[in-house]
Design a protein around this ligand. Structure first.
Ligand code: ACO
Length: 428
């Protein structure tokens, strides 16, 4: 980051002396005021619930221009990556800062393939869960439990350990998600097949059985791979900030990722894809497109507590570029499967059209986010709704670990420890 010539001057309406604060510029995006000396100089904290105005770190990984609806991974627009890369290339880019050349890609793919299996003991652990456990509950535990099996990559202060943990996590997440799914349907989970692509292998683990192999179609593999790319990173979102905060205590990378998965589960974050499909199904069951007006009226009624799931975003105040790509994939997949008159897709498009012309949504800059169409694609691929957020977690693992590793290498890194404005009883 670069110091700006400009300074921020903070003055007070009483006799408290004013102070001058430095301002830094990033390569693009808003400047930041450095308030680190504020408490020392004034005895005051800043108050910013939900971090609406707080940059918690410097980062060179992902950039979002929320007003223009732009998303870049390491400088590459998401549209280019979605069209021209596969997921493992995007992972390499996020982790190491550059797209791989042919040799680097081959080596990386080989490395990931060599770590797809999980310790056999983890299958015993899986059996301890109820069959009706939510896959996110299973995944949170299993990801955290990796620390119990891979002792040679738990020292977060050791760059080598962090790198091995990154490879292990990216490689093993598809296996863990497939294990969580197979357990829920009382089937044995096939071992990974390293001859297949990352996404192809995942689909096979999901849908093959001991008596019948599964050969995924190229269109579906490509669609899933695109879903993985679109969800791979999204700068300092809630779960990524959780991973950073958790990792800042010096805990091991597996524990930090487990915390990220737990955070992602919430319906205001990664759980929105599941909630969005549920919402579309409810409207469909209630009468479909004809009931949209009624549903939108409930969303607009501030006393109803009803939100339009898959809409709105803290950063995007324009169309989420991932939603546009997802809509494209949605048409491709449903067309390929011959179900392009899918009622939920028709409903989603009609709902989108209504909201884009409605003053309530326009004035609040509420547009579809990535979750609005992803549920329809996942469902068409055959992924059960309860697994949607686990798919998101699988995809986001690379972003979490890239951000965690970036934080550990940052000289400004400190344990994360927010302060508070105490409003309770002073002394009794
Ligand atoms: N439906 C209806 N109204 C909404 C929605 C929505 N989905 N989202 C925001 N609003 C309204 C708010 O009620 C508020 O209205 P007000 O000014 O009259 O009070 C206004 O728009 C501003 O919204 P905030 O809640 O201040 O926005 P915030 O940045 O805090 O929340 C969030 C963002 C959590 C994503 C929110 O838009 C939401 O809950 N969306 C639905 C869930 C969802 O799709 N989450 C996925 C996000 S993408 C991801 O995590 C991958």
């Amino acid at each position: 980051m670069k110091s700006s010539e400009k300074r921020a001057v903070l003055t007070f309406s009483d006799a408290t002396p004013g102070i001058t604060l430095p301002i830094y510029q990033g390569s693009v995006g808003p400047e930041v005021i450095d308030i680190r000396s504020l408490y020392g100089k004034t005895g005051m904290f800043t108050y910013d619930p939900g971090f609406l105005s707080t940059a918690s770190c410097q980062s060179a990984i992902t950039y979002i221009d929320g007003d223009r609806g732009k998303l870049l991974y390491r400088g590459y627009p998401i549209e280019q990556l979605a069209a021209q890369c596969d997921y493992l290339e995007a992972c390499y880019l996020l982790l190491y800062g550059e797209l791989p050349d042919r040799d680097q890609k081959q080596e990386f793919v080989g490395l990931i393939a060599n770590h797809t299996m999980v310790n056999e003991q983890m299958h015993l652990m899986l059996r301890g869960f109820r069959r009706d456990a939510h896959p996110m509950a299973v995944l949170t535990s299993m990801a955290g439990a990796l620390a119990a099996f891979y002792h040679d990559s738990t020292d977060i202060n050791n760059p080598k350990h962090r790198e091995i943990a990154a490879i292990r996590l990216i490689a093993k997440m598809p296996t863990l998600v497939a294990m969580a799914y197979k357990h829920s349907v009382s089937q044995s989970c096939p071992y990974p097949n390293n001859a297949l692509s990352y996404s192809g292998n995942f689909m096979r683990m999901m849908f093959a059985t001991p008596c019948e192999d599964y050969e995924p179609s190229d269109v579906l593999v490509r669609a899933l791979d695109r879903i993985f790319i679109l969800h791979a990173d999204h700068e300092q979102n809630t779960s990524t900030s959780t991973v950073r905060l958790c990792g800042s205590s010096g805990t091991n990378p597996f524990a930090a990722i487990g915390a990220g998965i737990a955070c992602l589960w919430g319906p205001a974050h990664g759980g929105a894809n599941e909630a969005c499909l549920g919402m579309l199904q409810d409207i469909h069951a209630a009468g479909g497109v004809a009931r949209i007006g009624e549903f939108v009226a409930r969303v607009k009624d501030e006393n109803s507590g009803v939100k339009l799931m898959g809409f709105g975003h803290r950063v995007y105040k324009n169309y989420d570029p991932r939603a546009r790509l997802m809509r494209e994939t949605c048409h491709e997949v449903l067309g390929h499967l011959g179900v392009d008159r899918d009622p939920l897709l028709q409903l989603a498009m009609a709902l989108e059209k209504v909201t884009l012309e409605d003053e309530y949504f326009v004035s609040r800059k509420l547009y579809p986010n990535v979750d609005f169409y992803s549920g329809i694609v996942l469902r068409a691929i055959g992924i059960p709704v309860s697994l949607f957020t686990a798919i998101f977690a699988l995809s986001r693992t690379v972003g979490w670990i890239a951000q965690l590793n970036e934080m550990m290498a940052d000289p400004d890194y400190r344990i994360g420890r927010p302060r508070q404005l105490f409003t309770g009883t002073v002394l009794r």
